[in-house]
Design a protein. Sequence first.
Length: 256
Amino acid sequence: MATSGNNKRIIVTRPAGQADQLIAGIEAFSNELEIIHQPLIDIVPVADDKHSALLRQRMLDIDHYKAVIAISKNAAEIGLQWLDKYWLQPPVDVDWYAVGPTTADELKRELYPVYLPQQRFDSEGLLLLESLQQVQDEKILIWRGIGGRETLAEVLRQRGAEVDYAELYQRRQIDYSAQQWQQALAEQPLLLLSSGQALDIVEQQVPDLAEQVSAILVPSERVAEKAKNKGYKQVLVATSARDQDVLAQLRNWVGL
């Protein structure tokens, strides 16, 4: 997009292939915004080979679990691909959970019903659900990427559940040079982040990030609290990570 001194710049940091619709939505409501797509991670699915025997067994045994929780859209998408390989139909008597609406939308392509928090779309929000309060001796499987927060599993185990992971993908950090960041941040842009990990990645590469952006937009209260504690001047919180919710916050920021 063309730029001018009055234009506002937005840096979109979603992975390649996951930002196109959002960028198109931003372009649709304003032609006075400059959009830079600067992905922070690559999502690399775990291959179904001899090294993934444990993951394969978890999928084959998925009917042994009372509940399956997908903690991201990537986890839901890749988990369903694995499920389709080993199950002609989704197993019955399994409760399906999503951390938020974007993840739930992905699961609902093949599964129903899908349970999710009503307000806070993170692990803490999931843990408030009534159906996850009394889980003594229940087996729960968490679909996620390799590594990540342990809060959800730790609390469910404290409540008496037996929790396993199906780690479905790797997140590979993308590094940019100081010059690349200097160019991207030249006009005090709004930085659109998808997670707390995304914030950590940028701060590793730009230590004074809080001074280089006019605002950041994040998808949850947890990440917002983290950013506020780090001194960011303006922290915008989307209702969820869905495109329409992110766009709604961006409209407010632009003043439309």
